[in-house]
Write a protein that binds this ligand. Sequence first.
Ligand SMILES: Cc1cc2nc3c(=O)[nH]c(=O)nc-3n(C[C@H](O)[C@H](O)[C@H](O)COP(=O)(O)OP(=O)(O)OC[C@H]3O[C@@H](n4cnc5c(N)ncnc54)[C@H](O)[C@@H]3O)c2cc1C
Length: 398
Amino acid sequence: MKKVFIIGGGASGLTAAIKASKNGNDVTIFEKNNKLGKKILITGNGKCNYWNENQDLSNYHSSGDYTKIVNQMNLVKAHTFLDSIGLVPYIKNGYYYPSSQQAISVVNALVDEVKNNGVKIINEEVTDVKKKDNKFIINNNYESDVLIIATGGMAASKTGSDGFGYKIAQQFNHNIIKPLPALVGLKTEENLKDLSGVRFIGEIKLLINNEEVESELGEIQINEYGFSGIPVMQISSKAIKALDENKNVFISINFLPNIASDILGLRSFIKVQSKHLNNKTITQILDQLFNYKLSNYFLDKSNIDPKSKVEDLTNDELDLLCHYILNNNYKITDDNGFENAQVTSGGIDLKEIDAETLESLKEKNLYFCGEILDVDGACGGYNLSFAWISGLLAGNIK
Ligand SMILES: Cc1cc2nc3c(=O)[nH]c(=O)nc-3n(C[C@H](O)[C@H](O)[C@H](O)COP(=O)(O)OP(=O)(O)OC[C@H]3O[C@@H](n4cnc5c(N)ncnc54)[C@H](O)[C@@H]3O)c2cc1C
């Protein structure tokens, strides 16, 4: 039996604690919040999308080789673990939520299991970690054989993850891949204040140095600062890395993907609509397709009088309008910050971690799990999936 300390009582730390205690170790969690699992409560808009059936490796990103870690999912039986703590899923298109549709059910299942397995909880912020005579010493007061760092990254620091874990890792000579916000809105050079609050189903393409690198379809939201919504979040990680490398980052948006993909097609659609609708004004036709704020915006950008009839517009005028609707480019200037990000990309360099046990290759008996590692997942339950998988691996202390 080993004495195991875990810093962080979030998804990964709680999982590691359950595993380590079930293996017969004496386990203590240090959590600075007065409650465990605070971040889990705000996941999935309070519903907690905790797993995804499609565990294709392409849903995870890292600068290192994460495949060995994620591939152990079946070995550690991450999915069985979730069943074993009593989670009953409501499954929608392969996305798992608790049947109660409340994130608190996930927290309760984890916390009950932690307590049932005799894990001790110390509600104290860890500010100091030392190693002396093969023992880890926390806050000059507590001593353990094994230390698991599960302090999260830097996203949503109001839930406790403020990057402290990186400092401990650096103290033990670990390299940190630059942490950047991921799954977050993107700021545009163009001021979109007048469109703030508009939502639409659109296709977004990410262009880095003029090359299309990714595209996503879904509900996009326009905000004062730029764009958000799941498709934007999905491309945000690559966009932010490219910005950090001083590359030119643009997004191109098709505001009408269900109707047309090319200018010619949209122009003829508008003409057919105009005939069919007895020569209504261009505004009346566009208002059937978009939120009125968007109609005004497209007409204004293409210098078209809103009262014009389609038959009075030249093909060039219509084509310019169609261009703004189908493939206008927006220059991306920044992200919407760690505070508003769902996760952190970057973190502990995977090269310095044993991929099977998640033990540090720099310091014996030091382990890492969860978002602090240089692995981030797509929207769809992948970040929590990684927290469970990595928590089960790091907690497998024998
Ligand atoms: C708004 C939002 C929505 C999300 N929705 C989803 C979703 O639906 N599905 C999904 O898969 N992922 C989602 N995520 C991401 C997911 O929640 C995280 O990736 C995951 O919870 C990370 O778990 P973790 O244990 O690594 O870190 P965290 O959950 O951040 O836990 C770290 C813990 O360590 C504690 N800690 C830190 N420093 C110290 C210290 N010095 N001393 C003591 N304690 C310390 C913190 O207080 C915290 O409790 C969402 C994230 C956000 C912000």
